[in-house]
Design a protein around this ligand. Structure first.
Ligand code: GDP
Ligand code: IMO
Ligand code: MG
Length: 429
């Protein structure tokens, strides 16, 4: 266990499975010693849970450092912003007594998610031969518009006439596509609604890359918070069952507006087992009884959609692939406590595909669908770990399980989480 990964000046926190690894919890813990926290991709499809005091707060757009009252929170150019959801979230936080007003900023280069993106998302899913199982938040269509050069950015909206023109043209395009998909949603009022929010947007609009570079130059510490996870990355994930952005650490530089040399640490978050919500292969899926048991103990229901998450054994084929793709300098293992009652644990060290054992995560979704995991079996610890605050507090079998994960992933463990609360964490000095 080493902590260098946690004391760098610019740290990326990235999911290494199919999302929901506990990034929100890890970012909240690390934010205590950071000055600025920025999201770099994704949108309101994310659901990052932070447990502070008596409250479980789920953040979709606002960075997970926000519950520390003095931290600057930014949304980079790589994010797609649902403006009304963003302000609803800010108002909800203010009601809880953590008003982020004055310390939150949004990149002028970030793209806006409109109601027609959500309509397109739902309409495309409805007619799809194999449904992705999206969150319905308009993410795919908003990123398609961005790369199709039809998108509307925050900067466009702030220049009223330009904003109206671009939104009107985008609605025209969306209507035609929606008709092809057999949908005809009511999009009246879209332009007016967008413009109504520009008054609140203007004071938070900023050049995020410039702010981050300035903070680093002044010796401040920056956290870049990933959303989703490596296996949902549009290039490196289980395509086409992925989200529409690059979720991996390389995207942190692009999506925050800084150069890759500014980043000196990448913390990969892995659950001590595996979960997936939405469609697509999950090679290490549990049998039905174990699936239900772990879902119950781990409260594995989507933080954005409430859908049950499928659960499975720890997949070291995926985690070691994630270590390479993200250039991890440390891993944060979360939800170790969820395994406390199991008598036996399995770790997948390879996949048998068409009779051949493979240890490199394959590109073809059909290969993953036919993958039979090769498991290593380890004894459980059958002792509560929620009170552990150092490695030596953990039962020997739990330490052995962590060591084996560390060995297979080829990356030192920087943090272990043993509960939802900020205090339930092991960080060796
Ligand atoms: P994220 O999307 O990666 O931020 O993760 P989510 O918030 O969607 O899902 C993680 C869930 O696990 C949340 O409900 C967290 O409160 C919870 N959680 C995080 N770390 C731990 C842990 O160490 N133990 C337990 N039992 N729950 C945890
Ligand atoms: P956080 O940040 C888990 C999944 C969806 C679907 C696929 C595409 O909380 O880890 P999208 O709406 O992005 O087009 O859906 O990706 N998905 C997530 N799964 N955690 C997330 O975010 C996710 N964001 C998207 O379920 O399978
Ligand atoms: Mg989540």
């Amino acid at each position: 266990m080493e902590t260098k990964a946690l004391t760098a000046s610019c740290t990326v926190v990235v999911g290494c499975q199919w999302g929901d690894e506990g990034k929100g919890k890890v970012v909240d813990v690390l934010a205590g010693s950071a000055d600025l926290i920025a999201r770099y991709q994704g949108g309101a499809n994310a659901g990052h849970t932070v447990h502070v005091g008596d409250h479980l707060v789920v953040l979709h757009q606002v960075p997970s450092g926000v519950l520390h009252p003095d931290k600057r929170c930014l949304l980079g150019n790589g994010v797609v912003l649902d403006v009304s959801q963003f302000f609803t979230e800010i108002d909800g936080l203010a009601e809880r007594g953590v008003d982020p007003g004055g310390r939150i900023g949004v990149s002028t280069r970030a793209h806006v998610v409109f109601p027609y993106h959500k309509a397109l998302d739902l309409a495309a899913e409805k007619v799809a031969h194999r449904k992705i199982g999206t969150t319905g938040r308009g993410i795919g269509p908003a990123y398609e518009a961005k790369t199709g050069r039809r998108g509307v950015r925050i900067a466009d909206l702030l220049d009223r006439a330009r904003g109206v023109n671009r939104v009107e043209r985008a609605i025209e395009w969306a209507r035609a596509r929606l008709r092809e998909l057999g949908a005809d949603p009511d999009l009246a009022g879209t332009v007016e609604d967008a413009l109504a929010l520009t008054g609140r947007l203007a004071p938070v609009a900023t050049d995020v890359g410039d702010e981050i570079a300035g903070a680093l130059a002044a010796g401040k510490r920056v956290l870049l918070e990933g959303a989703q996870g490596t296996a949902l990355d549009v290039d490196h994930g289980t395509y086409p069952f992925v989200t529409s952005s690059n979720t991996t650490a390389g995207a942190a530089a692009v999506g925050a507006g800084i150069g890759p040399t500014a980043i000196d640490s990448v913390v990969g978050v892995v659950k001590a087992y595996t979960t997936r919500v939405g469609n697509g292969p999950l090679p290490t899926a549990f049998d039905a009884a174990m699936d239900e048991r772990v879902r119950e103990i781990g409260a594995e229901f989507g933080a954005t959609t409430g859908r049950p998450r499928r659960c499975g054994w720890f997949d070291a084929v995926l985690a070691s692939y994630a270590a390479r793709v993200n250039g991890l300098t440390g891993i944060a293992v979360t939800k170790l406590d969820v395994l406390d009652t199991l008598s036996e644990l399995k770790i997948a060290t390879g996949y048998r595909i068409n009779g051949e054992v493979r240890t490199l995560f394959p590109a073809g979704v059909w290969e993953l669908e036919n993958a039979e995991p090769v498991y290593e079996v380890m004894p459980g610890w059958e002792t509560p770990t929620t009170g552990a605050r150092s490695l030596s507090d953990l039962p020997a079998n739990a330490r052995a399980y962590l060591s084996r994960i560390e060995e297979l992933v080829g990356t030192p463990i920087a943090m272990v989480s043993v509960g939802t609360r900020r205090s339930q964490v092991i960080r060796e000095p």
